[in-house]
Design a binder for this molecule. Structure first.
Ligand code: F1X
Length: 309
């Protein structure tokens, strides 16, 4: 099974409004609620692709119960969330229907006690042993040490399990130094990590800092991958408009599914780029438009080459 880790799980609430105006009051035209936090979105996409998935992380309080109920309704995902005293956060995505843009409001998450972090580490060590790959996704809730992802990367590597890290800031910087197999920063996260705003230069720098493969998600410019074997770009055939929440998580799911299926890098990137665009076309995070995915997959342009055997 593929293991996804979401330390800061969230009940994702999506509001649709006709037009979003700062300082104004709004009538919401549609509301949806889903289990969220990046790793849970990755889990849903992987399960929809037919992979066995186990989802771990923290879940507490009434919001934690809601997101566990939501997970129980999602076929193909084993719930291995660790109970905690504090309530899981809510994250709000407000979709402006007129310009097709989304504004995101993310709560910080519950405070995790040292004993809860230790209980998680014990559960994680067990789960990693039966995983084919691990995804470590999203922000850290208060109380979790800033070096948490570095520790989780080291454990996965010690168990011989490939590990992908998708986070930002200091947890990313420390996690990269622990040498994960893949990182998937967006342009801002990559610039913050390396100090460079030039994506190729920044990806090469992140690779030198310890990430075996860097896959940068560059919005409409698609994906850029750099590793010791080569460099590739993958661009969808057209710009898609919709709800981009979870588009990066679909990239992670595409990369991991390609990894466990031993697809070569160009195939993995094409899948990841097509899934990401198909996620923007679906109204809520963690879901994708399957027909659009299949059509886009045929038309993603992958460029680049292997530079070494
Ligand atoms: O605060 P984080 O953990 O960085 O991001 C959380 C989040 O915004 O990311 C997902 C979309 O990628 C949403 O489902 C979720 O609520």
């Amino acid at each position: 099974m593929i293991l996804t880790v979401t330390l800061n799980t969230a009940l994702d609430i999506t509001y649709r409004v006709r037009v979003l105006r700062p300082h104004a009051s709004h009538r919401v035209t549609e509301v949806s609620e889903r289990p969220g936090g990046k790793g849970l979105n990755v889990a849903r996409v992987l399960a929809a692709l037919g992979h066995e998935v186990t989802a771990t992380g923290f879940a507490g309080g009434a919001t934690g119960r809601s997101l566990k109920e939501g997970l129980a309704d999602a076929p193909g995902i084993v719930d291995a969330l660790v109970p905690v005293g504090g309530a899981a956060r809510r994250t709000i995505a407000v979709v402006d229907e007129t310009i097709g843009d989304t504004t995101q409001l993310n709560e910080p998450g519950p405070v995790i006690a040292p004993a809860e972090w230790s209980a998680f580490l014990e559960a994680y060590e067990d789960l990693v042993r039966s995983a084919t790959a691990v995804a470590l996704c999203g922000s850290l809730p208060p109380g979790v040490p800033v070096g948490a992802y570095a520790q989780l990367v080291r454990s996965a590597r010690a168990a011989g399990v490939p590990v992908l890290l998708d986070t930002s800031g200091e947890p990313l910087r420390r996690g990269v130094a622990a040498r994960p197999d893949i990182i998937k920063p967006n342009a801002d996260e990559l610039a913050e990590l390396t100090g460079s705003h030039e994506p190729l230069q920044a990806a090469q720098d992140a690779h030198r800092r310890g990430a075996h493969t860097v896959v940068a998600s560059l919005g409409a410019e698609g994906l850029l991958a750099v590793n010791a074997q080569g460099r590739w770009g993958a661009v969808p055939p057209c710009r898609v408009r919709g709800n981009p929440t979870g588009a990066g998580d679909a990239v992670v799911a595409g990369l991991l599914s390609g990894l466990v299926e031993h697809l070569p890098w160009p195939g993995r990137l094409a899948r990841a780029a097509a899934l990401s665009a198909a996620t923007v076309l679906a109204p809520v995070a963690g879901e994708f438009d399957r027909r659009a995915y299949e059509e886009l997959l045929e038309r993603v342009a992958v460029t680049g080459e292997a530079t070494a055997a």
